[in-house]
Design a protein around this ligand. Structure first.
Ligand code: AMP
Length: 548
């Protein structure tokens, strides 16, 4: 065998710091705007950001943090959090973003499992830190992301972030780092069992940022003003804090106010062109713009993921506001981007209905991600848009192992996502359900997502969840749990009639329960486990005529 002929190209490592260094040099005056906890608006530039990230790196090194050590963050989307993203990873430490919406016991578990050296926190989380600190004895220090004047009163001996930065001048060269080294750590929300850590590398993070920026992904450019509403503590805000400096897009951070009015005002004031977040956030925004009869003057596209984008929401964005809702799918274990639903030339020539049907799906893969659906015996299923099976993925920004866990989650080199999906001959994937949320009625499957999507298309429905309920004959039957719009009337029978002609008869839920509020997980998804605990034994009306 002949020896392989290697290319003669430089081996420049793909490092996270290179993203900010690039933005600082080439888009040095491009703005980063943050709504602060203090409720004022903070503005500075990529150049300022890099300098302060370097000051933070110097500060952490002076505190004894070393390459490979984890530094936790408990923070909203804001410029100091961005500095933490780069001021830690830039010298080889690992930026561990912690979801503050989890239960304190779970957070303590995560901090201890990650073995965080320091934790940087927004002052809104001071009380939470007081609960956590006694449970996390290995954390050497808790650093409040504020100045001395705004230090909160706490039982924990916390120090000031600004005071730390003030001791350093930012005269610091980002060191060369092996691109395979860990850069960021993010735990899954762990609705079942303990949270598990996805430990990203510099290489995977930079490649993901490239992928996320592509025109048929988020399509970011130096002409964009991008608003990540998806939290920076949830899978690195889908990579936007990395993709924006890579492309030179202006970055706007919403802080902690994610209600419709606050978001609308920010979108208009900062001339946002692209934003990203979960459907529940857009419900609030759309309600606000409709109720107030206002329009978007610059918004071009909204990336919607984390949960299924209801078709009714896609239509409202497009037909009523001229805004493209781009459906995306991914997960923590995938950094998170997997698929997006944008159309190619030929697809864009098809009938309006056909285009809409494609856009409602979770979409095609981004280069770098490979996917397949598999059946019960592990065989690859056809891409016919009908046959569904578990979705498997692989690629350079998909986990190989969980952090500090030696058991490989892979099956023949593929990561099983736990999602059940179809793939059609356009290569468009559609999530049918989480495997554990599918409803098995008389041995046949019902997609809870499809049932929910139809419910939220009813004008009187604000939000809906569908779960399996025990049934003596069919084993499981769908139960719909609904939050009504406060000022609209809706009866159980009206809503069930709304399903007629939209699904086969046996998919129509057996009953509807109206509630004031639905529970959500720490990442904004419907908390199906809680709903099953509360309503799983709901007594279904006996007269239901199901014919399968
Ligand atoms: P997380 O790791 O918290 O981001 O959750 C990932 C899971 O969220 C996926 O495995 C899916 O079950 C779900 N998910 C993400 N995006 C979508 C989407 N567009 N449609 C349906 N489910 C989604």
């Amino acid at each position: 065998m002949k020896a392989p002929l290697h290319g003669k190209m430089m081996e420049v490592p793909l490092t996270v710091s290179s993203l900010l260094a690039h933005a600082s040099r080439h888009f040095g005056t491009t703005e980063i705007v943050s709504k602060r906890i203090e409720r004022d608006v903070h503005r500075y530039t990529y150049r300022d950001c890099e300098k302060r990230a370097k000051q933070l790196a110097q500060g952490l090194i002076a505190l004894g943090v070393e390459a490979g050590d984890r530094v936790g963050t408990l923070a909203w989307n804001g410029y100091r959090h961005l500095e933490a993203y780069y001021g830690t990873t830039g010298f080889g430490a690992v930026c561990h973003t912690i979801n503050p919406r989890l239960f304190p016991d779970q957070i303590a578990y995560i901090v201890n499992h990650a073995d965080d050296r320091y934790v940087l926190f927004d002052i809104t989380f001071a009380a939470l830190v007081d609960v956590l600190a006694p449970q996390c004895p290995n954390v050497r220090g808790w650093i409040a992301m504020t100045d001395e004047a705004h230090m909160p009163r706490m039982s924990t001996a916390a120090s000031s972030y600004e005071a730390l930065l003030a001791q350093h001048d930012g005269d610091f060269e980002w060191p060369a780092i092996d691109e395979r080294c860990a850069s960021n750590l993010c735990y899954t929300s762990g609705t079942t069992g303990n949270p598990k850590g996805a430990l990203y590398s510099h290489r995977s993070t930079v490649l993901h940022a490239y992928g996320a920026s592509l025109p048929d992904a988020m399509g970011l450019s130096a002409r964009d003003s991008v608003l990540p509403v998806v939290p920076m503590f949830h899978v690195n805000a889908w990579g936007i804090p990395h993709a924006a400096p890579l492309t030179g897009a202006k970055l706007v951070f919403p802080g902690k106010d994610l209600d419709g009015k606050s978001l609308y005002e920010l979108i208009e004031a900062e001339r946002i062109t692209c934003t990203a977040g979960v459907p529940s956030v857009w419900l609030g925004l759309l309600r606000y713009v409709k109720e107030n009869g206002v329009r978007f003057s610059t918004l071009d596209r909204v990336i919607v993921g984390g949960s299924a984008l209801p078709p009714a929401m896609l239509r409202t964005f497009k037909d009523d506001f001229g805004v493209e809702a781009v459906h995306g799918w991914g997960m923590t274990e995938m950094s998170p981007l997997g698929t997006l639903s944008t159309l190619n030339c030929e697809q864009a020539q098809r009938s309006a209905d056909e285009q809409r049907r494609l856009r409602e799906k979770q979409g095609h893969v981004v280069y770098g991600v490979d996917m397949k659906t598999v059946g019960a015996s592990g065989q690859a299923l056809p891409w016919d848009g009908v046959t569904f099976g578990e979705l498997y993925v692989r690629g350079p920004w998909i986990i190989d192992r969980y952090f500090r866990n030696d058991v490989s989650p892979l099956v023949d080199g593929w990561f099983p996502t736990g999602d059940v999906a179809t793939i059609d001959n356009d290569g468009f994937m559609r999530i049918v359900d989480r495997s554990k949320d599918l409803i098995k009625s008389g041995g046949e499957w019902i997609s809870s997502i499809d049932i929910e999507n139809i419910a939220v298309a009813h004008p009187a429905v604000a939000e809906a969840a569908c779960i399996a309920c025990f049934h003596p004959k069919w084993t499981e039957r769908p139960l719909l749990i609904v939050v009504k719009h406060p000022d609209l009337d809706l009866s159980r029978d009206d809503l069930l009639r709304f399903y007629e002609g939209k699904v086969v008869r046996w998919w129509i839920p057996d009953d509807v329960v109206f509630v004031d509020e639905l529970p959500h997980t720490a990442t904004g998804k419907l908390h199906k486990l809680k709903l099953r605990e509360r309503f799983g034994d709901h007594i279904l009306p006996p007269d239901q005529k199901v014919e399968q």
